[in-house]
Design a protein around this ligand. Structure first.
Ligand code: CO8
Length: 257
């Protein structure tokens, strides 16, 4: 598949998608949105790929939705283009997706980053929801995910008063997993993805699904969801192999079965 607004590459067992609209600070137009999710879905199906990284440029991960495209839109056009719905496609990805963020992660860019499974930031990363400045609110999950990730008060300040988070603050709040230099953040994200890709694939998938369940439901239902994912793993070759390897004091050889 040839894309015009994203670049794709497979490094080791890591599928990398690079947002590539430098002239617009990687703002999402409709083409970039559909290419981004097509690329992720393609990697999700590719057996060569064990985990994925999405990144932008050093200056800007993504500056949100393309304001020039949306400026004259009516509600019906917004609904009919399905551009907001595109963001829901991330929830159907089974493999782990890591956002490698440098520079601006604003509006839809911040919303996309926080809908990934982990975030590695460069020291220059800045996260924010500036929609209030242009007379709207976040529409791709920002109000809900920020409130769950950061609590009510900080989420309110970010959404209502354009409070941005620096990389250091994001690390302090547990909003990002790691902060690295601008030269090193992408390698750090790829190394993390490579480590995950080397783990037992079915267990990784069930682990991701179980943690995600915590954002959807009550504790009692979440515990049930965890157990529904836990027991079937005892029917896998990898469970036998993992436990046998532990006892035999050797490295396991995962089959993904
Ligand atoms: N949309 C369109 N063009 C943009 C955007 C954007 N979001 N961000 C930057 N650009 C363009 C600029 O217009 C400029 O283009 P040109 O050279 O043709 O004038 C170019 O990128 C460079 O930008 P700046 O000159 O402004 O660069 P600075 O370094 O001075 O500033 C900033 C960088 C801080 C990123 C600044 O450009 C900015 O504030 N951008 C807007 C950020 C914003 O408001 N984002 C929220 C958008 S709304 C949104 O995301 C809602 C999501 C709803 C659901 C998703 C539906 C798809």
């Amino acid at each position: 598949m040839t894309y015009t607004t994203v670049l794709t590459e497979i490094r080791g067992r890591v599928g990398i998608v690079t947002l590539n609209r430098p002239q617009a600070m990687n703002a999402f137009n409709d083409t970039m949105l559909s290419e981004l999710f097509d690329a992720l879905e393609t990697f999700d199906k590719d057996e060569q790929v064990g985990a994925m990284v999405v990144t932008g440029s050093e200056k800007s991960f993504a500056a949100g939705a393309d304001i020039k495209v949306m400026s004259e839109s009516s509600p019906f056009e917004m609904i009919n283009t399905g551009r907001v719905d595109q963001f829901d496609r991330i929830q159907k990805i089974n493999k782990v997706v890591i956002a490698a963020v440098s520079g601006w992660a604003l509006g839809g860019g911040c919303e996309f980053a926080i809908s990934c499974d982990m975030i590695v930031a460069s020291e220059t990363a800045k996260f924010g929801q500036p929609e209030i400045n242009i007379g709207i609110i976040p529409g791709a999950g920002g109000t809900q995910r920020l409130a769950r990730l950061l609590g009510k008060h900080l989420a309110m300040e970010m959404v209502i008063n354009n409070r941005t988070l620096s990389a250091a603050e994001a690390l302090q709040f547990g909003f990002v997993n790691h902060v690295a230099s601008v030269d090193g953040y992408l390698d750090k994200a790829v190394a993390l993805a490579e480590e995950i890709a080397a783990r037992a694939p079915l267990a990784v998938r069930m682990a991701k699904d179980s943690v995600d369940a915590a954002f959807e439901t009550t504790l009692t239902e979440g515990l049930k969801a965890e157990r529904r994912n836990f027991y079937p793993l005892f029917s896998t070759e990898d469970q036998r192999e993992g436990m046998k390897a532990f006892i035999e004091k050797r490295k396991p050889n995962w089959k993904g079965k």
